[in-house]
Write a new protein. Structure first.
Ligand SMILES: NC(=O)c1ccc[n+]([C@@H]2O[C@H](COP(=O)([O-])OP(=O)(O)OC[C@H]3O[C@@H](n4cnc5c(N)ncnc54)[C@H](OP(=O)(O)O)[C@@H]3O)[C@@H](O)[C@H]2O)c1
Length: 307
């Protein structure tokens, strides 16, 4: 009989956490998954602050996980610039804590990193390109990558791109920022065209992780949706998916337009290519436009009432 895995998820209250929790339950069974966060926004979440190694170790001792999905992070780039000590404590020390404990308790660690670790001087980045992080968010996440790689042999690092997922309630990023403006009645959206990236649908990302971690091909992987584009391209597609092309205009601007609000330095391109996943025949990510069409249904239901 195969071993019954026991799963611990940190940072599970966020936009990716919802999808990871659901996919983990599907795969391992509800009784074998425990989901934690510092923001207890669901009844299925319990408290775990990953900055606190004693609390983290206590979770290992009581739950005895064989697999840990370490999602916990501060993901707001401006917050990280203004609160660099907390960014380091949460994103870097938190990841160190995860790796130290995974090794001590012989658990498989899955760490989520970001396309933002590159400086954007190239148009697109393969798994083997050299990171050169710009701001505190990226630096602290890259530190996590390096520590996990140096400390463990049984680990996966998955780098995500522009995350989209979690819906109206949980999505803190681009899609929901655009949606909130539309919902508030905006007839014109100003969107940057000088930032390139790869949208990454949380449902695909979580589902793909569940498959890749069964391969035993440990290591670091870029894992984003297929395709890519600018923020402008994503906004145009989303407005179209909502059926609002005739009533909401999308106007191109440069990043300068938002330099007060989004003052953290961002790479001009954080477009990733899933080179390793593809070469090993384990790339399960769909095209971002297909994913966005699926995801947009949640927003259409909110906007027009359930269809
Ligand atoms: N969002 C993206 O575009 C993106 C892109 C690439 C990679 N990632 C990575 O993907 C992972 C999941 O992020 P996400 O997209 O789901 O973002 P998210 O919605 O911000 O989720 C992160 C969760 O971690 C929680 N958290 C913060 N500090 C914590 C601590 N000390 N202990 C435990 N939990 C803590 C957050 O709570 P609060 O809300 O209270 O802070 C939040 O619920 C992160 O590792 C992130 O770096 C995200």
């Amino acid at each position: 009989m195969s071993l019954q895995e026991r799963v611990l998820i940190t940072g599970a209250g966020g936009m990716l956490g919802k999808a990871v929790y659901e996919k983990a339950i599907e795969k391992y069974g509800k009784d074998f998954v425990t989901a934690t966060d510092i923001d207890l926004n669901e009844e299925w979440l319990s408290m775990l602050d990953v900055r606190d190694i004693k609390a983290y170790e206590n979770a290992f001792e009581t739950w005895k996980p064989t697999i840990v999905f370490h999602l916990a992070a501060h993901t707001d780039l401006e917050y990280c610039e203004k609160n660099s000590t907390d960014a380091w404590a949460t994103n870097a020390l938190g990841a160190e804590n995860a790796a130290i404990l995974a090794r001590k308790h012989d658990a498989l660690l899955i760490y989520i990193s970001t396309a933002g670790i590159f400086d954007g001087k190239k148009d697109e980045y393969a798994d083997f390109d050299t990171p050169s992080p710009l701001g505190y968010y990226a630096k602290s996440k890259f530190h996590g990558e390096k520590f996990v790689e140096q400390h463990l042999s049984r680990y996966y690092i998955f780098r995500a791109g522009w995350m989209m997922g979690g819906g109206v309630q949980k999505d803190k990023k681009f899609i929901n920022k655009i949606y909130k403006q539309i919902k508030a009645g905006a007839q014109e959206l100003f969107v940057v065209e000088d930032k390139l990236g790869t949208p990454t649908y949380t449902v695909d990302f979580a589902g793909a992780m569940m498959k890749v971690i069964d391969s035993g091909y440990y290591g670091l992987y870029n894992q984003v949706c297929e395709g890519g584009g600018s923020r402008y391209d994503v906004a145009v597609e989303f407005v179209q998916q909502l059926g609002l092309t005739d009533s909401v205009k999308v106007t191109k601007v440069t990043s300068d337009y938002f330099k007060e609000e989004y003052f953290a330095e961002r790479p001009a391109s954080e477009k990733l290519l899933n080179v390793k996943l593809s070469m090993r025949g384990i790339n399960y990510m769909r095209d971002w436009r297909v994913c966005l069409a699926e995801y947009a249904v949640e927003f259409k239901n909110d906007f027009y009432g359930t269809l």
